[in-house]
Design a protein around this ligand. Structure first.
Ligand SMILES: NC(=O)C1=CN([C@@H]2O[C@H](COP(=O)(O)OP(=O)(O)OC[C@H]3O[C@@H](n4cnc5c(N)ncnc54)[C@H](OP(=O)(O)O)[C@@H]3O)[C@@H](O)[C@H]2O)C=CC1
Ligand SMILES: O=C(O)[C@@H]1CCC=N1
Length: 268
């Protein structure tokens, strides 16, 4: 992060994702005074970090990170378009906003990386997929990887067209898992459990299964089979969940298709 210490980092938008990233960078040793945040309503947490808020921006920061809603990009980008010295890396995490539209606003010679993180970034357990335009150098990629690895794993895409599917799978994916917790708790209540107990069991089950999936060398399919006794309770449930027409696979396929479709729509 030496370049950031010397030239500064600009963060445009410090909401859920912006603050998760900022927390990761500060934990990795980025100096608060080198970070310049632009946000209309700074939170108490942000004010307590020691970063510079809504002050003058360095003319050529090492990195400018765009973390506003896609719908706000049009209003927010002109502030950033004035920045940069040709070597300033622009890093956008906005869903649906393409490299071409970013280059249109920021200058076609600007190095730009489009990335898609997810909210487990807030606890350092995110996963981010990224891809850069032709102006991005190996140094820029390494810089982005350093910043994004502060909030979890990082993968590099081969083609920007993969970003819509990535957004539908891992960008939006945490919401599917949280909704599964809600649905499992609700189903437990339908079977007679008190709401608090049902929620405790549902949360702990998802957390435990996620930890096991993380720690174990076994595939998800093997871990599933390990729960499933022949002709037992799990087999009864999986007959419902794995139904080809009405089970989880076709439902999840429809959900992720809808998210990817919305990502493409946001690009229009
Ligand atoms: N949430 C998620 O799971 C993920 C989100 N993303 C992407 O990250 C981006 C941010 O999402 P998220 O953090 O959830 O959204 P938030 O609404 O939580 O954060 C956006 C922040 O930008 C601020 N803002 C609005 N207008 C401007 C402006 N002109 N200049 C500077 N800041 C501004 C908002 O302030 P105010 O609220 O006061 O308007 C808010 O603090 C989006 O583009 C989204 O697609 C990517 C991956 C995952
Ligand atoms: O819902 C959204 O549009 C953003 C992008 C991925 C997750 N949240």
């Amino acid at each position: 992060m030496q370049d950031i210490d010397a030239r500064g980092l600009v963060l445009l938008g410090c909401g859920k994702m912006g603050s998760a990233m900022l927390a990761g960078w500060l934990a990795r040793g980025v100096q608060p005074t080198t970070v310049h945040v632009v946000d209309p309503n700074p939170s108490d947490w942000l004010r307590g970090t020691g970063v510079q808020i809504n002050a003058g921006l360095p003319p050529a920061p090492a990195v400018a990170v765009l973390a506003v809603k896609p719908q706000m990009m049009g209003a927010a980008l002109p502030r950033l378009a004035a920045l940069g010295d040709g070597d300033t890396l622009f890093l956008s995490i906005a869903a649906g906003t393409t490299l071409a539209s970013l280059a249109h606003a920021l200058g076609t010679q600007s190095p730009i990386i489009r990335a898609m993180p997810n909210t487990p970034a807030a606890v350092g357990a995110g996963i981010t997929a990224m891809i850069g335009n032709a102006q991005v150098s190996a140094d820029h990629l390494e810089q982005a990887e350093q910043l994004l690895s502060a909030i979890g794993a990082v993968v590099t895409l081969e083609d920007e067209s993969q970003m819509d599917a990535v957004t539908g799978l891992s960008g939006s994916g945490p919401a599917y898992v949280f909704h599964m917790i809600e649905a499992m708790a609700q189903a437990g209540m339908s079977q007679g459990l008190a709401p608090d107990l049902a929620m405790q069991l549902a949360r702990a089950t998802v957390i435990g299964a996620a930890k096991l999936a993380d720690d174990s060398p076994d595939s998800a399919a093997t871990l599933r089979q390990n729960v499933t006794s022949p002709n037992g309770t799990t087999a009864a449930a999986l007959a419902v969940l794995m139904d080809e027409a009405t089970g989880l696979p076709p439902l999840m396929a429809r959900a992720i298709k809808a998210a990817a479709h919305r990502s493409r729509e946001l690009a229009q």
